[in-house]
Design a protein around this ligand. Sequence first.
Ligand SMILES: Cc1cc2nc3c(=O)[nH]c(=O)nc-3n(C[C@H](O)[C@H](O)[C@H](O)COP(=O)(O)O)c2cc1C
Length: 146
Amino acid sequence: MLQKKIILITCSSRSPRLNPFITDYIPVLLPKEDPTPYYQHATTRRWSSEIRKYDAVIFVAPQFNWSIPATLKNAIDFLCHEWNGKPTGIVSYGGHGGTKAAAHLQDITRGLKMKAIPTTPALTITLKTLKECIKHGRLDNELTQS
Ligand SMILES: Cc1cc2nc3c(=O)[nH]c(=O)nc-3n(C[C@H](O)[C@H](O)[C@H](O)COP(=O)(O)O)c2cc1C
């Protein structure tokens, strides 16, 4: 694979200066085509190649405390260019449809320069929904007992 080299130029020469200190904090940009070899962890490399296989992404996200689950944000943050330009849809669910989670996720996907599908279905989860899931063997009975 063609290796890309990047130079960071410190654009201040006075003394004392802040520039070297700041330059240390500038992340080296990952190549857009295939950042995989640059990821430190095998799980990130696998996650990256998985997402790059697809042309579009649909997030099916519950609402946790007025936002998306932290695990989802973490999984998103592990990648970067992989999301860029991909069409994305959001289906949210929760006690009130998970609309706060959908709104946060819309902001996040906008920041990632994904192409948002404007319609975001929001499914309201009730006790009846849970009971139906249990009836069809999709959930543990404990969920309705708290
Ligand atoms: C930590 C936590 C926080 C939650 N916060 C909200 C919330 O803010 N609004 C809401 O409507 N539902 C909330 N819920 C309910 C979840 O959206 C609901 O339990 C959903 O079924 C979780 O998805 P899952 O069963 O696929 O994990 C919360 C659930 C958990 C566990």
